[in-house]
Design a protein around this ligand. Structure first.
Ligand SMILES: [Zn+2]
Length: 473
């Protein structure tokens, strides 16, 4: 028998959950980051409910999560059955169910839970399988757990937003878990060259998949990923999140060509091969594992020390899940390296930013400061960090600017962004003026990725405009 000792914040969070139910809530949504031990917390709740004579249904939607939940319940000495393919029905008071399976069996079930635990409950909306189960057992209390309490399109999960929940309990923040040593500190680098995605269509709240793959699956971006991995975290266990199966294979190929052990996994592989490659990343036999989404949610490989973001997303939840793969603590690991090649940190902020969660979901207000106002990017090493005088990674000291506003409201923010853009444009013009010779111009053009012939054209234009003046002297 293994005694499970709850961490302080887990005990506090569970006390808050009990209070929410005691205050009359029927469906409580518990928000806690990836790595906070959500499974341990809800297993503890299930154990308590069982001890008081309740019947508990734990809903999950992935094979790995069913396994993980079952293991945790066993560690708590909670007898339980599995409602999943290949498992005969049992009479246990606690049942762990695959959503897909229980939805098919709903009509024939004569067992009704008094409490339903919904893992990854950002999927629990009226139209999903989760929704059908919750509607079928409408009299049961509900405990939802998630790291990001909003749907992909930013809608909330509360009743007013068309969801199921009527109370929100906030667990610890990512920053608090990092400070306490329960998560690794994320260090984010955003190398230049993130593709311009402004022309991409948005479907169902995120970039259109086919267009995304086309935008990302380019040798120059893949090459940059390899270069920066080699520079910043060479040989460390890394997961690369890609935009398509082919993209994942190309990225793995580029890493192999650079001398690293790399492989890709996707849904077409059999379970054994997939499990072996994931295990190989854990043992060091593989250094880089690439994939298109199969390892974002629920896959736990604590040794992973780097996340390579090659799949831009408008989903804050997906971004945090991907980054979360690298934040698990592991002996000797140090910080987690996040290589953001797709601008996600500018879209969603830093992984350990404190976020405001509500049951209503993301508010789209024009006056909200954009996430990229709260962050600074070092021009030397590309580290993205909170505003500071100097880069925390390489020590680069930022030139002092008059009127630096770190905390600005929306309108000022717009003004400041415009001023920053203007300053950047002016600096670019000045650099061009400073490039006196054709050779200087060619170097500048190459550094900025301009088309061949640009330097010659600028040079020729200068000769043309200067000739008359010279002649008039
Ligand atoms: Zn730096």
């Amino acid at each position: 028998m293994t005694a499970i000792v709850l961490r302080d914040y887990q005990s506090l969070t569970l006390a808050d959950t009990r209070t929410a139910f005691a205050n009359g809530a029927r469906a409580v949504l518990l928000v806690a980051p990836t790595g906070s031990g959500k499974t341990v917390m809800f297993s503890c709740v299930a154990s308590g409910a069982m001890a008081r004579g309740g019947r508990v249904l734990i809903l999950t939607h992935r094979q790995e999560l069913i396994r993980q939940t079952s293991q945790t319940l066993s560690a708590f000495d909670v007898p339980h059955g599995l409602i999943a393919p290949g498992h005969p029905p049992t009479a246990d008071a606690v049942q762990v169910a695959s959503v897909q399976t229980i939805v098919r069996r709903l009509a024939g079930l004569d067992w009704r839970p008094t409490l339903i635990v919904v893992d990854e409950s950002h999927h629990a909306t009226r139209t999903t399988g989760h929704g059908r189960v919750l509607t079928h057992f409408a009299e049961a209390r509900v405990l939802g757990v998630t790291a990001t309490p909003q749907r992909l399109d930013g809608q909330g999960l509360g009743r007013a937003a068309g969801g199921f929940f009527d109370a929100l309990v906030l667990g610890p923040t990512v920053a608090a878990l990092v400070d306490a040593g329960y998560l690794s500190r994320p260090v984010v680098y955003a190398p230049p060259g993130a593709p311009d995605l402004s022309d991409l269509r948005t479907i169902g709240g995120d970039f259109a998949r086919d267009e995304l793959a086309e935008a990302m699956d380019r040798p120059v971006i893949t090459g940059s990923a390899v270069t920066h991995y080699a520079r910043l975290c060479p040989g460390q266990p890394a997961i690369a999140f890609c935009a398509s199966v082919a993209h994942a294979e190309h990225v793995a190929g580029a890493f192999r060509a650079a001398g690293y052990q790399a492989a890709s996994i996707d849904g077409t592989l059999d379970d054994a091969t997939r499990a072996r490659r994931i295990a190989d990343l854990g043992t060091g036999a593989l250094q880089v594992l690439t994939s298109c989404e199969i390892i974002s949610e629920g896959t736990d490989i604590p040794i992973v020390a780097a996340a390579l973001l090659l799949r831009p997303t408008q989903s804050l939840g997906l971004y945090l899940q991907q980054v979360g793969r690298a934040l698990r603590p592991f002996p000797g690991k140090g910080h987690a390296t996040i290589l953001d090649h797709v601008g996600n940190c500018h879209r969603h902020g830093l992984p350990d930013d404190d976020r405001v969660w509500t049951l209503e979901g993301r508010k789209r207000r024009k006056t909200d400061p954009a996430p990229d106002l709260a962050i600074k990017q070092c021009p030397v090493c590309y580290t993205v960090h909170r505003p500071a005088r100097a880069c925390p990674s390489c020590g680069f000291v930022y030139p002092v600017q008059p009127r630096v506003l770190e905390q600005v409201d929306g309108e000022l923010a717009q003004v400041q962004r415009a001023a920053e853009r203007e300053a950047a444009r002016e600096a670019a013009k000045q650099a061009q003026r400073d490039a006196k010779t054709l050779e200087d111009l060619r170097r500048l053009g190459a550094a900025r990725g301009y088309r061949p012939g640009w330097a010659e054209r600028v040079h020729a234009a200068r000769q043309g405009s200067q000739a008359p003046r010279r002649a008039s002297r």
